[in-house]
Structure formats: structure tokens, C-alpha cells
Write a protein that binds this ligand. Structure first.
Ligand code: PXL
Length: 273
């Protein structure tokens, strides 16, 4: 029986599964839960690292009809008044980008947070280039907030980035092209003692900086950052403040990362507890 007893903020991730729980939809759902939103997931692909081949990604796409069916079920269950925030993670192919773009076009959720995951190890380079172009043409225009990492910032802006000033210029360019708020991540890729991200949006520009925790990227940091932004937006937080809180969430999660047999550690979503 339907009940009106509880009405939490809701967040949907449309993303890939990463079986070990470090990245992808698993990281998104854990982040949503930690930040107090009702988490929902539609899977676009399944990634299984290969321990017999340097932990490279084995990538299996989900059938296009199955992706569309999941999104149909979700928006039949909850209206876009109730579920107004969608996070987009790994798509993996131009076909999936087209399916997701079409599904969003007919629903127009208020907040669309795009984590523009580009190349995935194990994919053909030509395939990845098609994916990059499709992402830029079909999903970037639908985004209200975008969280590119260093490489994705270069791809989306068409600029080289090797300093914070260049990161800011590239973020401004992506904001100009898309109209979306941009949180461009320098991470461990820019030299210096701090992990620097740049926010550019309607509220202006802000450099977000936190001391680096080691010099190695941590699995799930990008996914969790975008998911945290989505959770904050769903709760009514303004974009710049959502960016600040997401950075705090991820910094705490990196400081308390989880080690396994992989050459990289995984972010712990419980870092702020
Ligand atoms: O962190 C990027 C990422 C996103 N989504 C999935 C992944 C990865 C990296 O492993 O597997 C499903």
C-alpha cells in the first residue's frame, strides 16, 4: 500500500557496476546513503577487473533495451517532482549515450550531474573517441553540473592543462560551452602539495584546495565526488556549496581509504562519520 510517511530527497545514478565496490554505481549508492538521500541505480555496463591481466577492465555493456527498461521503471515509480536529481557515470559506448540522452529528454530532471567518464581501459581507442564525441554532443548539453577530471577537462575544453590557471581557464571554457556549473579536478595530476579543484558557475569561480593524501589516484574518488554533489543538490544545497561539501566528503574518504590486492586503494564513503 502506498504511504506518505517518509519523503526523503532522491538521487538516481545511471552508471556502470564496478564489482569490487570501489567505483561506479556501488560508490554512488554508498555516497547517497551516507549523505542522506534515497539512492536509485540504473546500470549501463558491468566492469570486472582482471587480476590475471594487470587488473585491466573487462567491460560488458548492458543491452540497450534493458537500460531503457530500468529508466522506465524508475520514472514510472517516482515522478520528476520526487526524483529531481540524476547523476550520470560511465556510459561506455555511443549507443548507451544515445539511449540515456533520449530517456532524459522526455523527463528533464532539474539537476543532471555529469561525471564525463571517458576512456575505460580495455576499450578500443577508436571506440573511446566515438564515446568522447557523443558525450560532448549529446550529454554535456543536458548537464546542469559537470565534474571532469584532468584528462576529461582537456578533452572537453580542447585546452592543455598543466597549472591551476590553465585548469581555471579550461573550466571557464566548459562552463561557456555547456552552461553547466563545472567542478574541474586537478587531483594528483597537477604538481604541488595540494589537490586543487576549480568551481566555475553562476555563483562565480572558486579554487577548492585540500592537502594531497599521497600521490596516487584512489579508485572511486571521481564517482563519489559527483555523487556527493548530486546528493547535496537533491537536498536543496546551492551548486558552489554542494561542490565544497563534496570535496570535504571525498577528502575524508581518501584519508581513510581501503586497501586490497589491487595496485590502487578504494575510497571509504564513511570518512566523515
Ligand atoms: O572511476 C571511473 C569508473 C566509473 N565507473 C565504473 C568504473 C570506473 C573505474 O574503474 O569501473 C563502472
Amino acid at each position: 500500500m502506498a504511504t506518505t510517511a517518509n519523503n526523503p530527497s532522491m538521487t538516481l545514478t545511471i552508471a556502470g557496476s564496478e564489482a569490487t565496490g570501489g567505483a561506479g554505481a556501488q560508490a554512488d549508492l554508498k555516497t547517497f546513503q551516507e549523505l542522506g538521500t534515497f539512492g536509485i541505480a540504473a546500470l549501463t555496463c558491468i566492469v570486472a577487473f582482471n587480476p590475471r591481466d594487470s587488473w585491466n577492465h573487462r567491460f560488458t555493456p548492458v543491452d540497450q533495451q534493458v537500460i531503457a527498461d530500468q529508466i522506465e521503471a524508475i520514472f514510472a515509480t517516482y515522478s520528476t517532482d520526487q526524483l529531481n536529481t540524476v547523476k550520470l557515470g560511465m556510459m561506455g559506448s555511443p549507443a548507451t549515450i544515445a539511449t540515456v540522452s533520449a530517456a532524459l529528454a522526455s523527463r528533464s530532471p532539474r539537476h543532471v550531474v555529469l561525471d564525463p567518464v571517458l576512456i575505460c581501459k580495455g576499450q578500443e581507442p577508436g571506440h573511446a573517441l566515438d564515446t568522447d564525441n557523443a558525450l560532448k554532443e549529446e550529454l554535456l548539453p543536458r548537464a546542469t553540473f559537470v565534474t571532469p577530471n584532468h584528462f576529461e577537462t582537456e578533452q572537453l575544453s580542447g585546452r592543455r592543462v598543466s597549472s591551476v590557471d590553465q585548469l581555471q581557464a579550461a573550466a571557464e571554457e566548459i562552463h561557456r560551452i555547456s552552461g553547466a556549473a563545472v567542478l574541474a579536478k586537478g587531483g594528483v595530476r597537477l604538481q604541488g602539495p595540494d589537490a586543487v579543484d576549480v568551481f566555475v558557475g553562476e555563483e562565480g569561480t572558486e579554487i577548492l584546495s585540500a592537502p594531497k593524501v599521497g600521490e596516487h589516484a584512489v579508485s572511486g574518488a571521481g564517482c563519489s565526488l559527483a555523487a556527493a554533489v548530486a546528493a547535496e543538490l537533491a537536498k536543496g544545497t546551492a551548486p558552489l556549496e554542494a561542490a565544497r561539501r563534496a570535496k570535504e566528503f571525498v577528502s575524508a574518504g581518501i584519508a581513510q581509504r581501503v586497501a586490497g590486492n589491487t595496485p590502487f586503494d578504494a575510497l571509504w564513503q564513511g570518512g566523515l562519520r
